[in-house]
Design a protein. Sequence first.
Length: 208
Amino acid sequence: MSRSIEKPLRIGLTGGIASGKSTVADIFAELGVPVIDTDVIAREVVQPGEPALDEIRDVFGARVIAPDGSLDRPAMRAAVFSNDAARHKLEAILHPRIREAAMQQATDAGGAYQLIVVPLLVESPLKSFVDRILVVDCDEQTQVRRLLQRDAETAQQARRIIAAQASREDRLAIADDVIENDGELQKTRDQALALHRSYQQRASKDGD
């Protein structure tokens, strides 16, 4: 049976923190490509009333729950950032739910090809779910600069955040395709458009 009947071509999009994954995903979305974003799913599964939030409260206590009943994200980050055991407990709660929801959304989304955004794809079982891997890449100096504008308070903290993820070398080692996102937005768009054409051709060929 052809791929077009079985399922769309699935492209796993990944990259280090502040590499520009969301920017690239938005470009593909503008081109009409279905985008399944596990970061979005991760926020959805911990909404008040969801079983994952109740389990997080049971494991980590009320200290990670905000007064309005939602997840206190800064408190949660503080609880797991430098504590591997705590991080693994959180991942055991979230990752199966995120994976299941991502696979269901991909099944429902259709399209000749689709983009599945997984920031930690190097370590994720979803790596075996996708057909190709697209890495959004930039140098660490660019990551640090963007983190200082966005999340991190100091360059030292930014580098610690970067170091907590898979290395740039590990990401590039699994890449089938790479978008370099160090410079101008138009250059990033041009690279994405070229890959869009390539993926369309590949999906069409696989579906013949």
